[in-house]
Design a protein. Structure first.
Length: 357
């Protein structure tokens, strides 16, 4: 079906229609893929080897890939404690970000209290440019809830800063939509890590690394699976066994020798509904995550000079392409070096984890 549509619409590759809807260039996605694949050994392969060591194993079954390292009850944070942590972290970036976020607590425009009948999930809804956003979540007091609060308030600040552009121009493309949210979450994580004990640091690092691997490494592996599948499909239909073989090869490359792909794993491609309903959507997760990591690396160089440039990026909403948005920072997302810098940040987390093993 996809081959027929692509042929009718004259798309040169199976990925082309997704690149068009994402407003990205093929060379940027190829540079992203190359940087992630090059970092497989130093990030995912090394981390899973270390995790197996911590768990007293030479290798891990695939179902233990995300198993928690600690069985203790998770540390909890009161609402006021979480609020202070988020606002202090945003203030470290620039006072304006904290002041904008504080408004959502003061009004209040955050629905965070769990209650009977309330649905799950978390989001910041921008409504339209003439109305303030609303933040929705269920705050249960765990570390992930603190990070979720920072994530959604990042969205809220972004939506507020670009609202003067009007409803149509304020809307950001997928490539930039997660910029402020992931950035805000990253700032709070750094604060959590700085105040953690040695035992807590290992658990925090493990969770953050696994989030990064699942968002970046795994999604690029998914993208490579789709690419290989559609290339093979040109020659004719593929059996379930043939698809499974492509899946095992691609996922094995990304996970490394410390993860055993036990019997049955060859069918796991079947649960990823994106492959059927939204072909080539998955690389967007890695794109957004690594774009923010690249910006965070730039902030490390000069935090004072970074803040006004970052504020200008957010305030531009959807009026700039991702290439135009990153140009003031001296960053070029069409070059592998940009994406490699983001992977270096993830690699440093693995370094810190290794030091605690």
């Amino acid at each position: 079906e996809k081959q027929v549509e692509d042929r009718w619409r004259k798309y040169p590759t199976p990925q082309a229609s997704r690149h068009l809807s994402n407003e990205v260039d093929a060379d940027a996605v190829e540079a992203l893929e190359a940087a992630v694949v090059e970092a497989y050994p130093s990030v995912s392969h090394r981390y899973y080897r270390l995790k197996a060591q911590v768990m007293g194993r030479k290798s891990l079954d695939y179902w233990d890939r995300n198993a928690p390292l600690e069985t203790l009850a998770p540390k909890t944070y009161g609402w006021d404690e979480a609020k202070a942590m988020v606002l202090d972290s945003f203030s470290d970036l620039a006072p304006k970000f904290a002041d904008t976020a504080r408004t959502f607590f003061d009004q209040p425009w955050i629905d965070a209290r769990p209650r009977p009948g309330k649905q799950s999930g978390a989001y910041s809804h921008p409504v339209n440019s003439e109305r303030h956003p609303f933040v929705f979540m269920n705050y249960m007091g765990e570390r992930r809830d603190v990070l979720t609060l920072a994530h959604e308030l990042g969205h809220a600040v972004h939506q507020t800063l670009c609202s003067p552009l009007g409803t149509l121009l304020a809307d950001t493309p997928l490539t930039l939509a997660e910029t402020a949210s992931i950035f805000g979450e990253g700032l709070v994580f750094e604060r959590l890590l700085a105040g953690a004990s040695k035992a807590e640091r290992r658990g925090l690092l493990a969770g953050k690394i696994e989030d990064g691997i699942n968002t970046v490494v795994r999604q690029i592996a998914f993208h490579r699976f789709e690419t290989r599948f559609h290339a093979a499909r040109v020659a004719g239909e593929l059996s379930a066994d043939e698809i499974g073989a492509v899946w095992l090869e691609t996922m094995g490359e990304s996970l490394g020798p410390a993860i055993k792909l036990n019997a049955g794993y060859e069918h796991y491609w079947g649960y990823v509904t994106h492959f059927v309903h939204s072909p080539f959507y998955v690389y967007a997760y890695a794109f957004g995550d690594l774009l923010v990591r690249g910006l965070m690396e730039k902030r490390r160089e000069d935090p004072v000079a970074f803040a006004p440039l970052y504020e200008d990026l957010l305030a531009a909403g959807g009026t700039r392409t991702y290439v135009e948005a990153l140009r003031p920072f001296g960053l070029n997302p069409r070059e592998k070096a940009f994406w490699a810098a983001g992977m270096s940040q993830l690699e440093r987390l693995v370094d810190e984890f290794e030091a605690l093993v």
